[in-house]
Design a protein around this ligand. Structure first.
Ligand code: FES
Length: 157
């Protein structure tokens, strides 16, 4: 018999109660139990950054984080980034203006990482942006536009 645990997750300002197996990752809980599919599964082993979301304002790889570990903490996903009015977050707007994606699969993780990169004060130069965004892979190779978008968003932050 599979054991389940009851947890409550605070995601994008809303509380969600879940019954899950203790081994379920935050990524799978978001996507499969809560239908928050903006957070993407790429490698599922901590190497691509597609699953990046924020826990207590810090970026985490949700494929390497157990859902149970995130209980009692503030979780933000790409769905929670825009304001209540529905306006795009400045980083989202910059990605569109700079055409910083091709297939778009890595984009939610790139944007969540970029928000944290700027907030942490690591967007002072293109080299710094590249270093602090290096955990987010883009198989289409849109890196130059991604750096331009982060630079643009950092200027208005
Ligand atoms: Fe989490 Fe690739 S899916 S790092």
């Amino acid at each position: 018999m599979t054991r389940t645990i009851h947890i409550a997750l605070d995601i994008n300002g809303q509380r969600h109660e879940l019954d899950i197996e203790p081994r379920v990752t935050l990524l799978d809980a978001l996507r499969e139990q809560l239908s928050l599919t903006g957070t993407k599964k790429g490698c599922d082993q901590g190497q691509c950054g597609a699953c990046t979301c924020h826990v207590d304002g810090k970026r985490v790889l949700s494929c390497l984080t157990l859902a149970a570990q995130a209980e009692g903490r503030e979780i933000t996903t790409i769905e929670g980034l825009s304001g209540e009015s529905g306006d795009l977050h400045p980083v989202q707007a910059a990605f569109i203006e700079q055409d910083a994606f091709q297939c778009g699969y890595c984009t939610p993780g790139q944007i969540m990482s970029a928000v944290a990169c700027i907030r942490e004060g690591h967007a002072g130069s293109d080299a710094e942006i590249r270093e602090y965004m290096s955990g987010n892979l883009c198989r289409c190779g849109a890196y130059n536009s991604i750096v331009a978008a982060v630079r643009q968003a950092a200027e208005v932050a």
